[in-house]
Design a protein around this ligand. Structure first.
Ligand code: AMP
Length: 280
């Protein structure tokens, strides 16, 4: 009896779509947390939120090739499956789905969702085809899993924004945003942080502090483009980074017009060849 209970409560590790269908066929209130693995406390917060809101939680680990616009970035993306499985068991996740690329992409042709001109801002401007890949895989996952809710991080706000619009237009599933989890030194947790040494992680912390201060100044003075430009030049010089963008956008439609709308300061930069994004 005791062993049976342990077996029932154990996380189910699923690799085949047929097994997934069997495992979740009766789950009406499934929370889904899509990830690319190398899990940290940011992912854990999404999982905990899903466990609060939904009866069962399914986490996927899938490094989706179609969303990488750079082959080297795909090849060097950090992976740590054994450690991830231990963490997911500790968090008492119900299902872990580990599909192969062919399982996800062999089943059906999906229409590519091209972004329109006004959507090609921030990361969409610098990572050609990235969000088309994200929307494609999220549609495929939603078709297979049919979750009640999908939980995504605000750290990747543009991704959350585009996925929410796409999924909620097409499916009954609701896409829910979760707060960004940061280290004590204000570094946003990210799987890519493991590619940096301590010295550069400290730099990331200092850059975050500058950007938090800048956001607070902007809040008081509406938007000051000259100040943003100056800080951008200073950051590049001081920390030897390459900034792709540093700009404020409103959260309702990601346009630059702020006009009393809630907004965030968005940044993407390369440090030691590692691309980081954040928003404040
Ligand atoms: P990834 O594995 O990087 O694709 O991320 C999977 C999910 O975790 C995405 O919805 C991310 O936005 C979210 N996420 C990543 N880092 C954080 C963080 N520091 N805080 C909250 N959510 C995060």
């Amino acid at each position: 009896m005791f062993y049976l209970l342990i077996l029932i409560l154990q996380m189910k590790l699923i690799r085949q779509i047929t097994d997934l269908n069997k495992a979740i066929s009766n789950q009406k209130e499934l929370g889904f947390v899509p990830t690319m693995g190398s899990l940290h406390k940011g992912h854990a917060s999404l999982i905990n939120f899903s466990k609060q809101k939904c009866k069962k939680t399914l986490v996927s680990i899938f490094v989706n090739p179609t969303q990488f616009n750079n082959v080297n970035d795909f090849k060097t993306y950090p992976q740590n499956l054994d450690k991830d499985i231990k963490l997911l068991k500790r968090l008492k996740v119900d299902f872990l789905y580990l599909p192969t690329v062919s399982q996800i992409y062999n089943n059906k042709e999906h229409k590519i969702n091209r972004l329109n001109k006004s959507q090609k801002v921030l990361c969409a401007k610098f990572r050609k085809g990235h969000f088309e890949g994200v929307l494609d895989v999220m549609g495929r996952f939603t078709d297979i899993i049919k979750p009640k809710n999908i939980f995504m991080g605000e750290k990747d706000y543009q991704q959350f924004f585009l996925v929410r619009n796409f999924i909620q237009r097409k499916y009954k599933t609701k896409v829910i945003a979760c707060k960004t989890i940061r280290d004590v030194n204000q570094v946003a947790l990210s799987s890519r942080n493991s590619l940096l040494d301590l010295e550069n992680l400290n730099k990331v912390g200092k850059i975050s502090l500058v950007l938090i201060k800048l956001k607070n100044l902007i809040k008081k003075n509406i938007q000051d483009k000259k100040l943003i430009k100056k800080i951008k030049v200073d950051l590049v010089k001081k920390f030897n980074i390459k900034i792709e963008y540093l700009e404020c956008r409103n959260l309702l439609n990601l346009r630059t017009n702020l006009e009393n709308k809630p907004f965030k300061l968005f940044v993407a930069y390369y440090i030691k060849g590692v691309r980081l994004i954040d928003n404040f």
